[in-house]
Write a protein of this length. Structure first.
Length: 142
């Protein structure tokens, strides 16, 4: 009930329907209790064990490359596949060739290519060795 109050749910009919659905299936109840616990913890400032997609190297544009989810990047969520995005400081110049988001158009891995993090607008491309600043740069696993 604290969870429902936190999210602003006051309609008695909606609350009864929600609780009835939770009572029908153990999986629904488990998921609802986890969601309620997460919400209450986040609301109190405790985000341990939770992650934001905007800080994950699996995020490309608005889609999780691991799960195919379209994500809300500032939402806290549980994700066992979260990988910290290692961004370069804004003042540091980088090249795309060493970035996990760079997809070369050539088998040798250099030359022109596209950015899976959608840093470049559609149709534009980077050269693998062009020095530039990038807020989405993520070191390629060797």
């Amino acid at each position: 009930m604290d969870y429902l109050a936190t999210i602003g749910e006051t309609d008695r009919e909606s609350i009864d329907e929600y609780l009835t659905e939770c009572g029908k299936d153990a999986d629904i109840l488990t998921r609802a209790l986890q969601q309620a616990d997460d919400c209450l913890r986040i609301n109190s400032g405790d985000v341990s064990g939770l992650a934001q997609c905007s800080g994950c190297r699996q995020l490309s544009g608005d889609t999780c490359q691991r799960h195919g989810w379209r994500v809300v990047v500032d939402k806290w969520r549980r994700c066992s596949d979260f990988e910290v995005l290692q961004k370069t400081p804004v003042c540091e110049l980088i090249t795309c060739k060493a970035c996990s988001h760079f997809q070369s158009y050539h088998p040798h891995g250099g030359g022109a290519g596209s950015c899976a993090a959608d840093v470049q607008p559609f149709g534009a491309c980077w050269w693998a060795d062009t020095l530039h600043e990038c807020s989405q740069w993520s070191r390629k696993d060797d």
